[in-house]
Design a protein around this ligand. Sequence first.
Ligand SMILES: NC(=O)C1=CN([C@@H]2O[C@H](COP(=O)(O)OP(=O)(O)OC[C@H]3O[C@@H](n4cnc5c(N)ncnc54)[C@H](O)[C@@H]3O)[C@@H](O)[C@H]2O)[C@@H](O)CC1
Ligand SMILES: Nc1ncnc2c1ncn2[C@@H]1O[C@H](COP(=O)(O)OP(=O)(O)O)[C@@H](O)[C@H]1O
Length: 343
Amino acid sequence: MDGKMKTLTQEYIKTLLPNRPQDSHKLSFGHVLNIAGSLHYRGAAYLSSIAAMRVGAGYVTLASSPGVCQSVSTLTPNIVMHPLLTRPIIYAEINPNVEESVSIELQSIDTESIDEKALLQLDDKLKQANVISVGSGLSIAQSKDQFTVTMATEDVIAEGNHGFFFGLLAKLHTCQQSVIFDADALNFISHLLHHSKNSHQSIPSLPIKSIITPHPKELARLLNIDVNDIQNNRAHYAKIAAKQFGATVVLKGKNSIITDGEYTLINPTGNSALAKAGSGDVLTGIISGFCAQGVSPLNAACLGVYLHGLTGDLAAKELSEYSVLASDLLDYIPKAIKQLLRQ
Ligand SMILES: NC(=O)C1=CN([C@@H]2O[C@H](COP(=O)(O)OP(=O)(O)OC[C@H]3O[C@@H](n4cnc5c(N)ncnc54)[C@H](O)[C@@H]3O)[C@@H](O)[C@H]2O)[C@@H](O)CC1
Ligand SMILES: Nc1ncnc2c1ncn2[C@@H]1O[C@H](COP(=O)(O)OP(=O)(O)O)[C@@H](O)[C@H]1O
């Protein structure tokens, strides 16, 4: 590949598919540690974990709150669960009908926010995994709509998974494996860079083999510019982000852009069937599954984006662009891989 922007072709993509030696076992095909899911976004943890296995990863561990792990394990027996410590929130409720001296009742509610102590639970897993994906559905703050009354503890609720994520970023900083940052991991980084009280402090740089997978709004948040500017000059801003974050960038949307700052590719596959909640979580799983099998970050991003789009094309042919669900994509991944292999 030279330095100009090229359109991905099926012939080229086929050459990126990792081998499947017969003299192998599950760990020959890699171990994904997927840090994903939250109270509101359990599906994202499921979709990203299963997609990684569907493209050939040998082992996927899902690290999340016990509630998310429980939900995902009822949906599939294929994922290994690593429930993380959460912190219940104590909040005070004022009963306006009762005199103030007796009106405060302490209650606890489980928002499934991950405790910073859970970072210790990840040490071994971070060593065992050969790729880490973080952020799909990992809500950075728990929304307040679940709480009838919140008062002194508002800060705690707004803080959500921030403390955990900040500690995780510091741990990942020296990580040699591929690390994929998706969705709320990106929103968290944007928050730290542009909105946090401590935004003057530098955040740890991303690991050396990072992939970031923003949709246009997420990239707009990361670069702190308007989303229309991004859409009017997608390749330019994707390259700026690649250089700024030292990462391979997948700028999602129709004709996704993939760039490491030097090489820039544009994807021809996919259709409006993919414009459905959860399809980005499937993409994250696909890319992490290929990284697990030893594919380099740039090649895994190209292969993943092309295959994800092809999966959407095959699914739409049978189900229509209207009716494809993100979970349907999981069933069409094998058909897309077979098409690549036939070619
Ligand atoms: N089943 C699940 O559990 C799901 C969980 N999800 C999780 O939900 C969390 C929030 O993600 P969201 O992306 O919904 O919320 P965001 O607030 O990050 O993004 C939504 C905003 O981005 C804009 N946007 C998105 N794609 C765009 C495009 N191609 N061009 C221009 N603007 C665009 C939208 O207009 C909207 O304003 C993430 O953690 C994500 O992983 C979602 O993936 C949906 C499914
Ligand atoms: N109209 C479209 N044509 C092609 N691909 C699309 C289209 N709409 C969405 N996609 C793809 O679907 C995925 C959507 O991801 P994302 O925006 O993160 O959604 P979610 O967070 O709901 O999963 C991306 O890979 C994007 O490129």
